[in-house]
Design a protein around this ligand. Structure first.
Ligand SMILES: C[S@@+](CC[C@H](N)C(=O)[O-])C[C@H]1O[C@@H](n2cnc3c(N)ncnc32)[C@H](O)[C@@H]1O
Length: 233
């Protein structure tokens, strides 16, 4: 069972970290795996994208530059303000707002892509029970989820090595394989657990991260299945 850490800082304190950073906290480049996903053509514009816990928007900005309409939410007001300013400068279709991913409405079938890059691990472990079905339902048929979480092998969990300066906000480190199992209703396109060196913020530190790209079955297949059922009656 994954540990739920008792001494975590409240998510609201993250705002301070963004404000003090004075520049994009995680840099301006999107997560490389997200870039590869879009370059692969599996998700193609036009389409609606939801970025959960978007931070100051490195991923939302990248996705919007590729022609998607992006909704981006985060509880950190300073991060959202930075993202809004960047979107305005480039005239990008990004609706960024301060909001809590735990209380969002998730309209069914709305999004071609949902990005959840190190946000689920910033929520209570129990949030997965109801958030996973909501995220899955909010994907359009054929839509793709891109999610990353820190694992129990991350220095923030093991205590071995230098943890990230923002490790105090992580509430739930995922067991190896746990993220893929949670989204078992989707078809896995790619699942990796990888080691990375993060030089984007604070002193260079290591992470152990799980990344999932998974797709909701396209409508066509479902229709064929239900036709098959009728024919066999
Ligand atoms: C590790 S950062 C990742 C930021 C962004 N996804 C990225 O990859 O650059 C985690 C983010 O989750 C946000 N966050 C934490 N709890 C949240 C919640 N309940 N609702 C929305 N955002 C939240 C934090 O403010 C922070 O920006």
């Amino acid at each position: 069972m994954s540990p739920t850490l008792p001494s975590v800082a409240p998510a609201s304190d993250f705002d301070d970290v963004y404000r003090r950073a004075g520049a994009p906290l995680y840099g301006v480049e999107p997560v490389p795996e997200l870039r590869s996903l879009l370059e692969s053509g599996l998700v193609a514009a036009p389409g609606r994208v939801l970025d959960l816990g978007c931070g100051d928007g490195r991923n939302a900005l990248y996705v919007a530059r590729r022609g998607f309409e992006v909704e981006a939410v985060d509880t950190a007001a300073s991060a959202i303000a930075r993202l809004q300013a960047a979107a305005q400068r480039e005239n990008l279709a990004i609706a960024a707002r301060v909001d809590d991913v735990r209380t969002l409405s998730y309209p069914p079938g709305r999004y071609g892509l949902i990005v959840a890059n190190t946000i689920l691990d910033h929520l209570e472990r129990s949030a997965d029970d109801w958030l996973v079905p909501l995220i899955t339902r909010a994907l359009a048929p054929g839509g793709v989820l891109f999610a990353s979480v820190f694992t129990t092998r991350d220095p923030g969990c093991t205590g071995v090595g230098r943890p990230s300066a923002t490790a105090r906000f992580v509430r739930h480190y995922y067991e190896p394989g746990e993220l893929a199992r949670l989204f078992a209703g989707l078809t896995v396109v790619r699942y990796v657990e990888q080691h990375l060196v993060d030089k984007a913020h604070g002193r260079p530190h290591r992470h152990q991260i799980a990344r999932l790209t998974a797709r909701k079955p396209p409508e066509r297949r479902r229709r064929r299945l239900s036709l098959g059922r009728q024919e066999s009656r």
